[in-house]
Design a protein around this ligand. Structure first.
Ligand SMILES: [Zn+2]
Length: 339
């Protein structure tokens, strides 16, 4: 449900937006910045719905700024067909050009809202705007009609012109605290405690990542195959390792995510080695394996593996050969981790 109370974490953003609504001080343009899957789109959805909801027009108390969910405007917003909430579409998948901005924004922005007091333009993945498109957008943001509100979503604000940045209120998505994430995964998604711990460690504050793993049908298969790989890697030959990796890919699970799960495992080993306390381990069900590896491996070796996992991710992002990258990674693990 798109309500402020359904936004997990992000207290600062919620407070800022609710106060703006209650105080009647809506800015003309906001940038919502945050990494992929951090929930920017959901924040934009809640805010735009609150701006059109018929039951919060005259509200002055920030506590009463929740979209009512039952007025016609709310129902249209939920169904994605409110005429005053406009998503910018673009022709090419990897760039948003000047024609997209003209057709989607400039040609319509001076047409008054149909039914709401505001007309909201939502620009997702704004880092894809070409410089020409940004300049065209800038002109509109500089002298917008008073009812217009621009919500510019991006994971890379540095890709935007300084002149655009300076015209917008910047809302930054923060990592979601572990406790909030745990409550959400357990209460809303019905995830078990131990599975929630793995998802939280893996997600590092990014709710969308936690959700993707928590709801992945193959979660158990991924967990089992990752663990068996990490526990047995020294006795496996390269072909076995490559087979396992191939199997993991066939679960439709992103290899980068898989590397992150491996990093959780090695962080557990490092933590156990330092504290001998199993209570804070993510994989505490696997304590005997962790104990053995921690005892047999050196601190700097484990740290080297954790940084090798990062390096592998960078290599894959820059399109270095997949098999080569994985072979180098497995080599580092074999050299530094004992069983
Ligand atoms: Zn409503």
């Amino acid at each position: 449900m798109p309500r402020f109370s359904d936004i997990v974490g992000q207290e600062e953003i919620k407070t800022e937006l609710k106060n703006a609504i209650a105080g009647g001080r809506i800015a003309g343009a906001y940038i919502i910045r945050g990494e992929n899957r951090s929930g920017k789109e959901f924040v934009a959805k809640v805010f735009s719905q609150a701006l059109v909801c018929e039951n919060i027009k005259e509200v002055t108390d920030p506590a009463l700024t929740e979209p009512c969910m039952s007025c016609p405007a709310c129902r249209q917003a939920v169904a994605h067909n409110h005429p005053d909430i406009v998503y910018l579409h673009h022709e090419k998948p990897n760039s948003i050009g000047i024609d997209d901005v003209r057709e989607g924004i400039i040609d319509t922005v001076f047409i008054k809202p149909y039914s709401a007091r505001h007309k909201i333009y939502i620009i997702e993945e704004a880092e894809k705007l070409t410089p020409q498109a940004q300049n065209a957008l800038l002109k509109t943001i500089e002298e917008p009609p008073e009812y217009a509100v621009f919500l510019i979503l991006t994971s890379q604000p540095e890709a935007l012109l300084p002149t655009i940045l300076s015209r917008c209120i910047m809302l930054t998505m923060k990592p979601v605290p572990d406790d909030d994430m745990r409550a959400y995964l357990i209460r809303e998604l019905g995830v078990s405690d131990s599975r929630a711990e793995i998802c939280i460690a893996f997600a590092r504050g990014n709710l969308g990542r936690a959700k993707a793993l928590a709801t992945n049908e193959d979660f158990e298969k991924i967990r089992v195959s990752a663990l068996s790989l990490m526990k047995n890697i020294r006795s496996m030959d390269t072909r076995d390792v490559m087979e396992t990796l191939k199997e993991i890919r066939s679960f439709g699970f992103d290899i980068n995510d898989y590397l992150d799960i491996m990093a959780v495992w090695y962080r557990d080993i490092l933590l156990f080695k330092a504290t001998h306390d199993m209570n804070h381990l993510v994989f505490r069900d696997e304590i005997s394996g962790i104990q053995k590896i921690a005892a047999g491996s050196a601190y700097d070796g484990i740290e080297e593996v954790i940084s090798a996992l990062d390096t592998a991710k960078t290599r894959l992002r820059s399109m270095v050969d997949y098999e080569l990258t994985m072979e180098l990674l497995m080599l580092t693990i074999r050299e530094n981790i004992s069983e």
